[in-house]
Write a protein that binds this ligand. Structure first.
Ligand code: SF4
Length: 278
């Protein structure tokens, strides 16, 4: 356990990384939440999670990828960015964020070391998140144009954010084995969301591929050949109950894409507004 510092929104003293259930505002886990330490345990604990709250709690304490656990905790303790040196870092996997009754899922790649790994909330605390939440607010999915962290009043309606990989990877590059280890969390998220799901928006090709793999593993009907990722790509998947779910692609909200205007605010707004037509 690291030192204690006041949470930047609530002022509650919190450790870095956050101790499950001890002090971090909005922590979905507690001291009794079972911890996955191997890929086999990830599969077992994901499959047996009975609701999204239980799934989020289990995700948030996962330790199945040694390289990523080391990295996320190193950044949270000795590797904090200077601008955030006085803040506590979440330093754990990112749980989903948003409306538990959402009919739209948004799938990202993985947390950023000084973003979600610091704030504990998906796409929160860096320029990617600033770009995304502004768009979610303009299109009516988010209550506020910014996202800072637990206690800031941000709330999503009709949409929930998940990711292909839940821990911050060095250089933003998870290995194939780490992506495979984390896949059961996404599969279970998809399975628990399926009864009300209308659409899934994937930011980037890795999220797109992860979602297609999750849909296949659940037995959903996925077009063949595999649908190709692209901005505004739009295909229909069919659940085992015969319901149609749209899979929509968008370029990722990474600084590389937004600074170069490969992805503009208007392009993202158009994709988000299009999700309402499903
Ligand atoms: S990346 Fe996923 S499977 Fe690996 S430790 Fe993090 S939450 Fe667990």
């Amino acid at each position: 356990m690291g030192e204690t510092a006041p949470h930047p929104v609530t002022g509650v003293p919190s450790t870095s990384p956050a101790t499950p259930g001890a002090d971090w505002p909005g922590d979905p886990a507690d001291a009794h939440t079972p911890v996955a330490r191997t890929p086999t345990q990830v599969r077992r604990l994901a499959a047996s999670a009975t609701d999204l709250g239980e799934l989020d709690a289990r995700v948030s304490v996962c330790r199945a990828c040694p390289r990523l656990v080391r990295w996320r905790e190193e950044v949270a303790t000795t590797g904090r960015r200077a601008a955030f040196a006085d803040e506590p870092y979440w330093g754990r996997p990112g749980p989903s964020f948003g409306d538990p009754d959402a009919d739209v899922l948004l799938v990202g790649l993985a947390p950023a070391a000084n973003g979600t790994n610091r704030t504990g909330r998906m796409f929160t605390g860096d320029s990617s998140g600033d770009f995304l939440y502004a768009a979610l607010h303009r299109t009516g999915f988010a209550a506020l144009p910014t996202s800072v962290g637990a206690g800031d009043g941000q709330r999503l309606t009709g949409l929930r954010i998940v990711a292909a990989v839940r821990c911050a990877p060095p250089a933003n590059k998870p290995t194939g084995a780490e992506r495979a280890s984390c896949a059961p969390w996404l599969e279970r998220d998809l399975a628990l969301s399926a009864p009300r799901l209308r659409a899934v928006l994937c930011l980037g090709a890795i999220g797109w591929d992860a979602l297609l793999a999750a849909a296949r593993s659940l037995g959903w009907d996925v077009p063949r050949p595999k649908p190709r990722f692209g901005h505004a790509a739009d295909v229909v998947l069919t659940t085992t109950e015969g319901r149609s779910v749209r899979l929509v692609g968008s370029y990722h909200v990474s600084p590389h894409n937004t600074y170069t205007k490969r992805l503009t605010p208007q392009m993202l707004d158009d994709v988000l507004l299009g999700l309402r037509d499903a």
